[in-house]
Design a protein around this ligand. Structure first.
Ligand code: SF4
Length: 455
């Protein structure tokens, strides 16, 4: 019996770039699904699932981050209520398998490549196991994602490719090493090139969803040479180490890079050390930003506030640095100790985790007791940092800080609008005011249960 499978991307109540690019996992699962089955995709940021919609399928597959875990569980409950088999994966299910199993029929732990077709075959045999553990995928087995699954919705881009998986660094706030392993695994270059050749639309904007574009300078160099003929315009996360590989940075620019996103995370060496991110201190952030700008690459840079080494002046000092160093797309986030990470375990042992309502783990709440400030001060510090960096004056300053082509101007405009939208949307959360979800819950009782769950 062939199966009708619905892959569902849950969402959170906060702005999460749902229109920018879709998540990669549904296209990977679609590509791993044997041809005999039918696969469909539902993105909760674009369309809400209902029991009636779910009931049309034999299997619902969900991937959960901590920030959208409650929504994922609600969908799992709804699918099971409709008599549909439900399988959950993703980093949150990996860390909290028993909790996830309470809302789904089966939990897929780890990577899907070697296990997804076995799960489907077990469903066909009516022999689904409660837990499956996927082995670490060897790079030659990384599939070519089936991007056709995204046709149903409008995204800024659906050209997604994963070049590197895994990360050896194990920063205390990040789950990448735990979930994807310590070994950097590069996609086979020929496979990557074949994948990009398949992108047949005229729009050549792409998102490379790597843990670190410069994991191996030699391999990145080779890839950049191979993809430079495709006339792509793309963005990717990257480590600040790229400063020490100027030849690779030049190739990255030649290959069409529009934006590199750096996790600067802090301007304090002491704080970087306490994050287990001392490797960042070996790179001069200002010099890196200048070199990117000289090559026409825009710089996205994020900072995390609320570490035990952060005092109340961290907000002002960091914003001054971001403006002075001319970061094009700055972002400021309150430290969020996600379950499974070292910082969560540490705060938990110290009794400093204030809530395990996962819907609050969305960068818009303070979920622990900071040391040198209150939770309210942490959130309002993030808000004011955003407001300062995306004030009209700061945006104008960025626009005229150096010459740009029309495409670069359009890109900067788009990110400036996004920054302003984050400020408008996030103001109530970060300033402790009533949120949209709470207003709806208060005024429209008929919708209350759906929003309450997510608020
Ligand atoms: S923050 Fe970046 S460098 Fe650190 S563990 Fe996560 S992916 Fe690796």
């Amino acid at each position: 019996m062939s199966l009708k499978i619905l892959l569902v991307q849950p969402t959170t109540e906060v702005l999460s770039g749902d229109n920018l690019a879709p998540p990669l996992w549904p296209s990977i699962l679609a590509s791993l699904t044997p041809n005999e089955h039918e696969v469909d995709f539902l993105h909760c940021g674009h369309e809400r699932p209902t029991r009636k919609k779910l009931a049309k399928y034999d299997v619902v597959g969900i991937s959960a981050l901590t920030s959208n875990a409650n929504d994922a569980y609600r969908i799992g409950d709804m699918a099971r209520d409709a008599g549909v088999k439900c399988v959950i994966g993703g980093i949150h299910a990996y860390v909290m398998p028993k909790e996830a199993k309470g809302h789904c029929d089966s939990v897929m732990l780890g990577e899907a490549e070697y296990i997804w077709s076995k799960i489907l075959s077990d469903i066909q045999k009516n022999a689904l196991s409660p837990f499956y553990r996927g082995a670490v995928t060897e790079p030659e087995d990384f599939p070519i994602p089936d991007l056709s699954i995204y046709r149903k919705y409008r995204f800024f881009t659906t050209k997604l490719a994963e070049i590197v998986r895994g990360c050896p660094h194990n920063c205390r706030f990040c789950g990448a090493t735990m979930y994807s392993g310590r070994r950097y695994r590069y996609k086979n270059v020929d496979n990557l090139v074949a994948e990009i050749e398949n992108w047949n639309s005229k729009r050549r904007i792409a998102h490379f969803t790597n843990t670190n574009l410069i994991a191996s300078p030699r391999k990145t160099n080779e890839i950049m040479k191979r993809i430079s003929d495709f006339n792509l315009r793309w963005w990717s996360p990257c480590s600040v180490d790229i400063l020490h590989h100027e030849d690779v940075l030049a190739k990255v620019a030649d290959a069409g890079c529009m934006v590199l996103q750096f996790g600067f995370d802090s301007i304090s060496k002491e704080t970087l050390k306490s994050m287990n991110k001392s490797f960042n201190t070996k790179s001069d952030y200002r010099l890196l930003i200048k070199k990117c700008h000289d090559l026409g690459i825009e710089v996205g840079g994020s900072f995390i506030f609320g570490w035990d080494t952060d005092t109340k002046d961290v907000f002002k000092n960091t914003v001054e640095f971001a403006c002075d160093a001319d970061i094009d797309i700055p972002a400021y986030l309150p430290l969020t100790p996600f379950p499974g990470t070292d910082i969560f375990n540490c705060f938990s042992a110290q009794g400093r985790i204030t809530t395990t309502d996962w819907s609050n783990y969305n960068w818009h709440h303070c979920v622990f007791e900071p040391k040198n400030m209150t939770g309210e001060e942490l959130l309002s510090g993030c808000y004011h940092a955003f407001e300062e960096s995306y004030s009209t004056r700061s945006i104008f300053h960025r626009f005229y800080s150096r010459p740009r082509g029309s495409k670069e101007m359009a890109l900067l405009l788009m990110f400036s609008v996004l920054g302003r939208s984050i400020i408008s949307f996030s103001r109530p959360y970060w300033n402790g005011q009533e949120t949209f979800a709470q207003r709806v819950t208060r005024h429209i009782p008929a919708h209350a249960s759906s929003f309450k769950h997510r608020a």
